[in-house]
Design a protein around this ligand. Structure first.
Ligand code: TYD
Length: 207
């Protein structure tokens, strides 16, 4: 069938503890319900090289600019060897975090210059952007309470609520700048309530 071979690119974002990972499987099943190939992947990561970079970024001490350069290096490999080939064969790529996380965490959270991040974004991605971004939004103090009940923290999860407050502001700024791409999902309440909101958002967008 020569029909629509253009793949589609969906990303999922939110501060640590917002609960996005809980809903990824259900979202993947929903996107694939008509038989489309769904590639579920994540950043940093998604390829052997990028997963090795993820280990470094999550667990080794480094400065903020090094962190930003590493996540973009991982992204480059991920785009070239996984995301772009999948989109080219018409798949739906569902990615747990992408460049909005870099602007939110390295930019707003750690203070890396936004213009530098924009330059890296252009160099690494050319014009590639997600078609849809689901942003699971939760106040930083509620996310901290959820994280406290969860497993051992990595370098980001160990940050305090003021850091995550800035990261959340970063996501809000990104959503304001690209309202056509972003769907904000209220992540307060039970997992079931949040799942219903996420599915409503997909429906609103015709997914
Ligand atoms: P996360 O997506 O929360 O995975 P898990 O659910 O397995 O903990 O962890 C990835 C971490 O990486 C998260 O704390 C945010 C951080 N991160 C950045 O700081 N910059 C980026 O560009 C990306 C993609 C992630």
């Amino acid at each position: 069938m020569a029909a629509d071979v253009r793949g589609r690119f969906v990303t999922v974002e939110g501060i640590d503890g917002a609960g996005k990972s809980t809903h990824l499987g259900a979202i993947a099943s929903h996107l694939g319900r008509h038989g489309a190939e769904v590639v579920l992947t994540r950043e940093p990561g998604g390829t052997p090289l990028a997963e090795a970079v993820r280990e470094l970024v999550l667990h080794r001490a480094m400065d903020a600019m090094t962190e930003a350069l590493l996540v973009f290096a991982a992204r480059r490999d991920h785009l070239r060897t996984c995301i772009e080939p999948a989109l080219a064969r018409g798949a739906i790529v569902l990615c747990d975090r992408f460049t909005d996380a870099t602007f939110a965490y390295q930019g707003w959270g750690r203070g890396v210059d936004a213009e530098m991040l924009e330059a890296l974004e252009r160099a690494v991605q050319a014009s590639r952007q997600p078609d849809l971004t689901l942003w699971f939004d939760l106040p930083a103090d509620e996310a901290a309470a959820r994280r406290a009940a969860a497993r051992q923290a990595d370098r980001f999860e160990a940050e305090d609520a003021t850091f995550f407050h800035r990261v959340r502001q970063g996501y809000a700024a990104r959503a304001d700048a690209s309202p056509g791409r972003f769907e904000r999902i209220d992540a307060t309440g039970t997992p079931e309530q949040v799942r219903i909101r996420a599915f409503d958002a997909l429906e609103r967008r015709g997914w």
